[in-house]
Design a protein around this ligand. Sequence first.
Ligand code: URA
Length: 230
Amino acid sequence: MAPVAAASAVEGKPLTRTERLAALEAEVSSCTRCPLHATRTQAVFGAGHPDADLMFVGEAPGFHEDQQGVPFVGQAGKLLDKLLAGIALTRDDVYIANVLKSRPPGNRDPLLNEIQACEGYLFRQIELIEPKVVATLGNFATKLLSGKPLGITRVHGREQSTTLGGRSVLLYPIYHPAAALYTPAMLRVLEEDFGRIPTLLGEPLEPPPGNPFPHPVAAAPEPAVQLGLF
Ligand code: URA
């Protein structure tokens, strides 16, 4: 994928983060890298605060997201809004994106080729937004961003320091709200895990291994990690 232009037409004036995200969104909206482009209503890029310290990464747009072009607007999204309210945040305070930007037909699981085609966009979003905490919702986002095959049941609620977009971030795997919608026990765990987010946002970050002077935005996109997704 071509890198996001780093400078505007006005010579010497660097693009703002919002402008760079808008350029990436335009790229995504016309993307034909996987067959899902033929069946989607529109791509769902992501939404929220471009300078957010907290970013959520879900799986893929569903029916309502595909219709509206906004992530997490269906039932799972309503639960996400409630969970955010429980820690005194709104979706305007955070950034929400998905592993896939296009809806898989019938809301089936993402396929490996679709994830491989789309993951570069997510890594570039993370690189541009520079969040401090990336909360992965469910298995697909957790396995992709951790680069490990461990499922969400084993790793939820346990933050891990990692490097994404050339910077240290705390990866925080939690259950997907859709999974908690009809399972009260899982909802309680999700609420408990959510309750730790404010503390995580206040924690100092470890520098990336081997780099004592982390720079804010890496020039190159994060290489794809595809270790044992399935
Ligand atoms: N589920 C997801 O993983 N993402 C959405 O945007 C909506 C539902």
